[in-house]
Structure formats: C-alpha cells, structure tokens
Design a protein around this ligand. Structure first.
Ligand SMILES: [Zn+2]
Length: 238
C-alpha cells in the first residue's frame, strides 16, 4: 500500500518534483495540514492535499486518517498565509557560503474557515510571493544574488532576528542561533544575502558545510531558491 496517497486530481495539478519532495519529507516528518500534529510514514500514512485560491496553490500533507487526498479551494488562502505573522514558524540558519548568508525556510500555518487551522510545510506559493516582492530566482548559491531593495534583516541582541519585506510584512520574527562572527560581519557590511526556499530542511542541522551547500544546490535546481542582498540593521532603527 502506498504510504503517501496522491489522488489523480492532485497528481494532475502538482508538479512531479513537488510530489517527490513531499514523499521524501513525509519519511522524515511532516505536519498534518488538518490537525497540526506531526506524522511520519510509514507509521502514519499520509495524503497529499492541494490548497488553492485562484492561481495560488500550495501542496502539503495530511494524515490520511484526517483528510483525503484532494484539491481544496480555500477563499483568502494567500492573504492568510502571508498576513498572519503570529502563525509563521519559519526556520532560519546563518551560514558562510563563503559570503555570510541568512537561510530562510518558510513554514506556515494557515487559518481556514471558522477556527479551523491548516498547518503544514508549504511546498510552493511562498517562493512566487517572494519573487513578486522583489527577491530574485537564484540559479546557484555560488553567485551572490543582486540587491533586493526594501528587504531588511533586523538583529536584536545576541540572537534576535526579524526579516521584513519592502511592504513591511514580517516574514520572520524569532531567534537565530548565536554566531558572533557572522553577526559581526553582516553588521559591519550593513547587508547580507538572504536565501529562501522550501526543502532546505533547516530543522535538521547540516553535519557539514558541504551538506548545506548540496541542499541549496538541490533546491535551486528545483527552481525553488529565491534570494537577494538585503539590508542588515539593529532592531528599532527601521
Ligand atoms: Zn492529522
């Protein structure tokens, strides 16, 4: 029996590489979009669901026991994904590539309907939103991406971090693992490279710099890596 169920109506709309990504992710761990609890195949069989609003869509996973593999049209999906800053639980990681880079893996929970919650790892949707807000498609992490005017990373104390879009949406608000030399370097420069993409698996710390680089290359090859050189400033000076 398939441990990740994909209905034909879902398979028709989700790129094969995204389905592969979800199948892989389900083995490590996934967050059920219906109940918000963790799962892992094969112990908890999963289903791929496509959440959609017009041309905006996101493929994600549910426990098969919680929801069938199907396409769900959800009014206001995009606005809810982007706007609900308190539900953003994105992951960040500081890295030297060798230039100092801030890696961001968007993960979001979405409110749907009357108090229902949709949770889960977004496969796409956010990348296209970020592109529309001035970040650039990144073909390879070997080349620093161009400036992304209006984007800012605010550093606060030893480990606080906020990432803001040009239209002041709070993309990340949390902590960044302490790396004094990284913070000093980007503070001196007043800038750093921001790279964002689903599939970076930042919840698993890379064992080596090479492993992290390979993940970036893979996400870039899938057309899901976006980025730009963004302003770095101390918190409270925006
Ligand atoms: Zn569930």
């Amino acid at each position: 029996m398939e441990t990740v169920l994909v209905a034909s109506e879902v398979a028709a709309l989700v790129p094969a590489k995204d389905l592969d990504y979800l199948r892989d992710a389900a083995i490590t761990s996934y967050t059920c979009a219906a109940c918000g609890e963790a799962g892992r195949v094969p112990e908890q069989p999963a289903a791929v669901v496509l959440l959609r609003e017009g041309s905006f869509s996101m493929a994600t996973l549910t426990h098969r026991a919680c929801a069938p593999s199907a396409v769900f049209d959800i009014p206001g999906l995009q606005a809810r994904i982007i706007a609900e800053e308190e539900t953003t639980t994105s992951r960040v990681f500081s890295a030297w590539l060798p230039y100092p880079a801030l890696l961001l893996e968007p993960v979001s929970r979405v409110s749907v309907g009357e108090g229902d919650q949709v949770h889960g790892d977004r496969v796409d949707g956010l990348a296209s939103w970020l592109l529309g807000h001035g970040l650039h498609l990144v073909a390879t992490p070997a080349v620093e991406p161009p400036a992304a005017p209006g984007w800012a990373a605010e550093l606060d104390g030893l480990d606080g971090l906020r990432v803001l879009s040009p239209t002041a949406e709070l993309i990340y608000d949390g902590t960044l693992g302490p790396d004094e030399s990284w913070r000093a370097a980007v503070t001196d420069q007043g800038a750093c490279v921001l790279l964002a993409g689903a599939g970076l698996d930042l919840h698993r710390a890379p064992a080596t710099a090479e492993e992290l680089y390979a993940r970036l290359v893979a996400v870039a090859a899938a057309g899901r890596l976006v980025g730009g050189t963004v302003t770095v400033r101390p918190a409270g000076q925006g």
